[in-house]
Design a protein around this ligand. Structure first.
Ligand SMILES: *Cc1c(COP(=O)(O)O)cnc(C)c1O
Length: 430
């Protein structure tokens, strides 16, 4: 693709963009009276206007119907979560029965590990990536301890090569071979939150299965961003939060995937609760737990409807558009962002470095940029100028254009703002 770093060119891309009209569907914050350029949809997606409507509907039903809302609300609460399975399954490449929505992400990974991490004396190791998202590290360490094991023995970290920013596929495969039959579980973030690298989930899953390990994926940054085919890839389980690319609002409910092959096995160990019990018999208050034969069998509590409502509104929009179109725009707008940043770097002799893999299957919409100069000052300058990006220690900003609501003009304007920061690109020593 050949791009131009001009306003006219950016506007011409917006005119041709079939998703451009969705920008109007979101509420944008303002800084100094001006709508921001929002690049942190990977952290907290913007508010869809439809989400406000859906939440208001629940509030009205609650006021007007109280307990009767469980059965007589416009969208009854007792099976409200089931409405999300169908639209979500299309976004993650699953059967509708393989997807449920409940709790929050780390909680769900804990619950799924109760089922899928059953260590024995010979098979007890968990393979994960080094410097995983902290919550994932704490979760894995505490699960290992729960089973009376030593994290130093049981946790095997995939490593990057010295001086490199991303994991190499062949090193991941070699590590799985090295751990071999001792591997009980492989649990990795499908898209690395820090660098934006996407793992080859299909190949890694297949490889680990050769040793009888279970494979789970934390899809926090992948869901709603990259192509997923969880069913076809034979993934055992996965979970993701809904407030990043999925735009469901702060702390909203998390999505879970459990492969079909586990649905009818009622002997599987799980932490059970009444919402996972046979739906027809749930209110008979029986003594023996009878798991629903789908991902819903992992539900525990009656869910927070106020957290499902914005999620439902948002994934209906996703389903309306489809991941394919979102991914097409994602690739183009991310490539445009990369182009503009490289163009600005040449123009003002800036020395920032994009550490996210180059185009292709190895990245989604996020570019992680290593700032060699006065990084924190540059970050503060951008925020003051109404460019909302995200800072990660020691010197990285993450910039994520979102196909639903980022325009090409946003990218051009960002480039112009960046150009004016040229004094911040070089530290004193450099
Ligand atoms: C965002 C994120 C989380 C957040 O977990 P919560 O339980 O929703 O607070 C966990 N893991 C990864 C990889 C993330 O990116």
């Amino acid at each position: 693709m050949t791009f131009e770093n001009t306003l006219a060119y950016a506007k011409s891309l917006d005119e041709k963009d079939p998703l451009a009209k969705y920008r109007e569907e979101f509420n944008f914050p303002q800084v100094n009276g001006k709508q921001v350029i929002y690049f942190t949809g990977n952290s907290l997606g913007l508010q869809p206007k439809r989400a406000v409507e859906y939440v208001n509907e629940v509030m009205q039903d609650w006021g007007a119907l109280a307990v009767e809302g469980h059965f007589y609300a416009e969208k009854p609460w007792w099976d409200y979560h089931e409405r999300l399975s169908e639209p979500l399954s299309g976004l993650v490449g699953a059967l509708p029965s393989e997807v449920t929505v409940m709790n929050t992400l780390t909680v769900n990974l804990h619950l799924l590990m109760m089922t899928f991490y059953r260590p024995t004396a010979e098979k007890y190791k968990i393979i994960c990536e080094e410097k995983a998202f902290p919550s994932d590290q704490y979760m894995i360490q505490s699960q290992v301890r729960l089973h009376g094991l030593d994290p130093k023995e049981a946790i095997v970290e995939l490593k990057k090569r010295p001086g490199e920013h991303n994991f190499r596929y062949e090193d991941i495969i070699a590590k799985i071979d090295e751990v071999g039959d001792e591997a009980a579980l492989v649990l990795i973030g499908g898209l690395n939150y820090y660098t934006g690298q996407v793992f080859d989930m299909r190949a890694i899953t297949a490889h680990a299965h050769q040793y009888g390990a279970k494979v789970g994926w934390d899809l926090a940054h992948a869901a709603g961003n990259v192509e997923l085919k969880l069913h076809e890839w034979n993934v055992d389980f996965a979970a993701w939060c809904s407030y990043k690319y999925m735009n469901a609002g702060p702390g909203s409910a998390s999505g879970c995937f459990v492969h079909e092959r586990y649905h009818t096995d009622k002997e599987l160990v799980r932490l059970a609760g009444w919402w996972g019990h046979n739906k027809e018999r749930r209110f008979l208050m029986e003594r023996k737990f009878d798991a629903i034969e789908s991902a819903h069998g992992w539900q525990i509590s009656n869910p927070s409807i106020l957290s499902l409502a914005p999620y439902l509104a948002s994934i209906e929009m996703f389903a309306e558009v489809g991941m394919e179109k979102l991914i097409t725009k994602r690739d183009q707008i991310t490539a445009y962002l990369e182009y503009v940043m490289e163009d600005v770097a040449r123009a003002v002799n800036a020395n920032y470095e994009i550490i996210t893999p180059k185009a292709g299957k190895e990245r989604g919409s996020q570019l992680s940029v290593f700032l060699h100069g006065k990084g924190k000052d540059l970050f503060s300058y951008l925020m003051d100028e109404g460019v909302i990006v995200d800072w990660r220690e020691p010197n990285v900003v993450r910039i994520a254009p979102v196909p639903f609501y980022t325009s090409y003009e946003d990218i051009f304007r960002f480039g112009e703002i960046l150009k004016k920061a040229d004094s911040l690109f070089h530290s004193q020593e450099e």
